[in-house]
Ligand binder design. Structure first.
Ligand code: MG
Length: 159
């Protein structure tokens, strides 16, 4: 593998009572969830953005506009699959992914390995190449007050 590219993604969604909390392709049990045009899966969104970024192909909003009714309520696993199909051309493949979700509660630890398996399956890479971490922000800022959720991801592509 001679050619490597790194990509980075960042995303924020508002949280609200009564919404579903989709993260890493799975539904996390919670009385509140993220608000968005799609299923608002902030973790899958940052991985999409990191993938697009690695090849300087713009961002998730450019490829899947939130003004397009086709993407209303869409399962973000479909968006990630389409992103991989767009990015992994001309010999490019995903080497690894590492991501952090910032959320005050609920605790994500019991769900992390299920998320990793789901992401690895979509990316077509072994699960030991998918890192997912979770952190609170020590009750500081919009994450700390429970107003929102954010996530960061880095990906490495190679060919
Ligand atoms: Mg998003």
């Amino acid at each position: 593998m001679q050619d490597l590219r790194i990509g980075y993604g960042y995303d924020v969604h508002q949280l609200a009572e009564g919404e579903e909390l989709w993260l890493g392709g799975i539904l996390v049990p919670s009385s509140f969830g993220a608000v968005g045009h799609s299923d608002a899966d902030v973790l899958l969104h940052v991985i999409c953005d990191a993938l697009f970024g690695a090849r300087a192909m713009g961002d998730i909003g450019a490829h899947f506009p939130d003004t397009d009714p086709a993407y209303k309520g869409i399962d973000s696993k479909i968006l990630l699959r389409e992103t991989v199909a767009k990015v992994c051309t001309e010999g490019w493949g995903v080497v690894n992914v590492d991501a952090t979700v910032c959320l005050e509660r609920p605790k994500l630890r019991p769900h992390i390995d299920t998320m990793r398996a789901c992401i690895a399956d979509i990316l077509g890479i072994p699960v030991d190449r998918v890192g997912v971490k979770a952190t609170t922000t020590e009750r500081l800022g919009f994450v700390g007050t429970g107003e929102g959720i954010s996530a960061h991801a880095a990906v490495l592509l190679g060919r």
